[in-house]
Design a protein around this ligand. Structure first.
Ligand code: 5GP
Length: 219
């Protein structure tokens, strides 16, 4: 393991919340970072929205009916849930202790309402907002990906404006001008958070090793 290797490859049950207007490039960014950094698990949300052509059940989302979703709400199965553009989305209750033992951190891709709800419940969660370079670039990206009808794109753009107005509430903001730079920045944030002494699982263990030495050279 190279310098800093431990923090590159191992999580400890931390929660990283990522929010961005759709089209800001969040999905690709998360995918790239998960390929390059170890110890990350993506939280697969439940949604009542229909799958897009490129989406897979159990990989991108669990696609459920409104009545199944409602039953899950009533059962308390969600850490948080929200309505976004007419559909329901919910984050399954995570077992952070278990994830910590497995050396994993959790990535949540959720909207601004969900982010605030999670932060209220998990004080240690780290929130990150992905900012598209400009309104023009966002519109162009939404048109280019060809997934939505034009009236949906207009709604997404109006929603984006509202969401960007909330970016100041987040711990970190990443400007997604080029994918590579945004990937490096997100990796740097995750590694830095893993090194924080109040969040680091190895800090206490290492300190004990030092306390148990008498300062003499035993080589
Ligand atoms: P999309 O339909 O484009 O996949 O997602 C629309 C919005 O819903 C995005 O902002 C996405 O981050 C958000 N979202 C996805 N899953 C969840 C979730 O479990 N909870 C909340 N609150 N928002 C979610």
């Amino acid at each position: 393991m190279g310098p800093g290797g431990h923090f590159r490859d191992r999580g400890s049950g931390l929660v990283f919340i990522l929010s961005a207007p759709s089209g800001a490039g969040k999905t690709t960014l998360i995918k790239k970072v998960m390929e390059q950094l170890g110890g990350l698990q993506f939280s697969i949300s439940y949604t009542t929205r229909s799958p897009r052509t490129n989406e897979e059940e159990g990989k991108d989302y669990y696609f459920v009916t409104p009545s199944t979703f409602q039953q899950m709400v009533e059962r308390g199965a969600f850490l948080e849930w929200a309505e976004v553009l007419g559909n329901h989305y919910g984050t399954a209750m995570p077992n952070l202790e278990e994830l910590g033992l497995q050396g994993r951190d959790l990535i949540l891709d959720i909207d601004i309402q969900g982010a605030q709800k999670v932060l209220r419940q998990i004080g240690q969660a780290v929130s990150i907002f992905i900012l598209p370079p400009s309104p023009e670039v966002l519109k162009e990206r939404l048109l280019r990906r060809g997934l939505d009808a034009s009236h949906v794109i207009e709604r997404r753009l109006a929603n984006a404006k509202k969401e960007i107005g909330e970016a100041h509430r987040y711990h970190y903001v990443i400007l997604n001008e080029t994918l590579q730079e945004a990937v490096e920045t997100l990796k740097a944030i995750i590694i830095a958070e893993r090194c924080r002494k109040d969040k680091s699982s190895i800090f206490d263990r290492k300190m004990k090793e030092w306390e148990n030495t008498d300062g003499k050279n035993h080589c």
